[in-house]
Design a binder for this molecule. Structure first.
Ligand SMILES: Cc1ncc(COP(=O)(O)O)c(C=O)c1O
Length: 393
């Protein structure tokens, strides 16, 4: 089996699997980390140790980390906090990129529809990179009324890395809070929270090789967070509910393993990916790699053969035990071009043909060889049926 949907969910890395085997063994310590008995204290100390390890590997201070159930919840808490703050300052405009994951996109739409915020949707260039000149123009024009700017760090479909350091500098210059959805960049590229200059960032455990079910908010000033999940005062009254301390422990194990071991492999994986893309394009010159001109995650390829539905390719690959995704939304069972691709001015013929191949830093070497063979087989079968005029097979 070849698994190539790491952007959807990454399998737990080897170190996490080994850790969990011991951690879940009979007799291993369990308790509520907020209990004042000895067992509770022990769990609490373990959780705080894990927080410190996560912080070190994310370029942050332990107090800047707030534990959540995943990235979607982390995003909702950040948005709620930014909106409350903006409301008290009577600021009513939001700048949001047009390629955000629905966790950000739909949150912003919610505040637009329910609370009358005005949203300026920042377009991208055809490369898939946001239009930074337009952002600066808007910051100059609207900074007095800006609640916040939100632009993700790396796109989940194309893998295109956004100029987040430059965006931080602009936002600092105009004194506007900057939130970046960093879900896809962490453990797939270098990331240092404090150096990034962002006000808020987020992490999802199942994207970094940890156990699914937890996540983090990274805040420059966590005192600015506002409680959305109201509970027993956990996480310094910023997120109620008993913490998923085992989830936190596995995030520490996965992030440490990435820094110490897997990060080094990204260079080789990127080389493998470049060769894979070149080979596919040589065999099938019609193939388009989305975001090819931009800086991309080492581990993501988003490609399309115009005229061949991505879902058909996905099914052909699945028959060969290769798991990828198309990332195209479905309405009435018709695959449609995603908003990310629309923002890049991609036509429907390409947009409906996309297949996302995403691996991770701990993926086995040689994985691209299997994917190449699978894809060649799939296209050789599908081209004569869907594009007979292009068929030489
Ligand atoms: C960019 C991005 N943001 C947020 C999320 C949501 O993450 P979670 O599954 O942890 O809620 C995802 C998951 O696909 C994502 O890719």
């Amino acid at each position: 089996m070849i698994y190539a949907d790491y952007n959807g969910s990454a399998p737990p890395c080897l170190e996490v699997c080994e850790y969990l085997q011991k951690r879940l063994a009979p007799g291993a310590p369990f308790a509520n980390p907020n209990a004042i008995h000895k067992l509770g204290k022990k769990i609490f100390l373990g959780m705080e140790n894990a927080r410190a390890v996560c912080a070190k590997n994310l370029g942050a201070k332990p107090f800047q980390l707030t534990l959540t159930s995943g990235a979607t919840e982390a995003i909702s808490i950040v948005m709620h906090s930014l909106i409350e703050q903006a409301t008290s300052l009577q600021k009513k405009t939001i700048i949001c990129s047009s390629i955000e994951h629905s966790a950000v996109h739909r949150s912003v739409q919610y505040y637009e529809e329910k609370y009358g915020f005005r949203v300026l949707w920042l377009p991208t260039l055809p490369s898939g990179v946001v239009d930074i000149n337009m952002l600066e123009t808007w910051l100059i024009a609207h900074h007095k009324d800006l609640a916040f700017v939100t632009v993700m760090a790396a796109n989940n479909e194309t893998g295109v890395i956004q100029p987040y350091r430059e965006i931080s500098e602009f936002c600092q210059r105009y004194n506007v809070p900057y939130f970046s959805d960093t879900t896809q960049i962490i453990a797939k590229d270098d990331f240092h929270f404090i150096d990034s200059g962002m006000d808020y960032a987020v992490l999802s455990s199942h994207k970094v090789g940890a156990l699914i079910g937890s996540g983090l908010i990274l805040s420059k000033n966590p005192e600015n967070l506002r409680e959305l999940i109201i509970g027993g005062g956990q996480e310094k009254y910023k997120r109620g509910g008993t913490q998923n301390y085992i989830g936190m422990e596995t995030m520490a194990v996965a992030l440490k393993a990435f820094q110490e071991k897997y990060k080094e492999r990204l260079k080789d994986l990127k080389e493998e990916r470049i060769q894979f893309e070149a080979q596919i394009k040589k065999m099938f010159p019609q193939v388009v790699i989305l975001g090819e001109e931009a800086e991309r995650l080492a581990t993501t390829t988003y490609l399309s053969y115009p005229g061949i539905h991505g879902q058909a390719v996905q099914i052909e690959l699945e028959c060969q035990d290769i798991f990828v995704t198309t990332s195209s939304a479905c309405s009435d069972n018709l695959p449609v071009t995603s908003k990310v691709l629309k923002s890049m001015n991609i036509n429907d013929s390409i947009g409906r043909g996309v297949v996302r191949i995403s691996v991770g830093a701990c993926a086995p070497f040689g994985i691209y060889q299997h994917i190449t063979e699978g894809l060649v087989k799939a296209y050789k079968k599908l081209i004569p049926i869907n594009c007979p005029e292009q068929s030489q097979f």
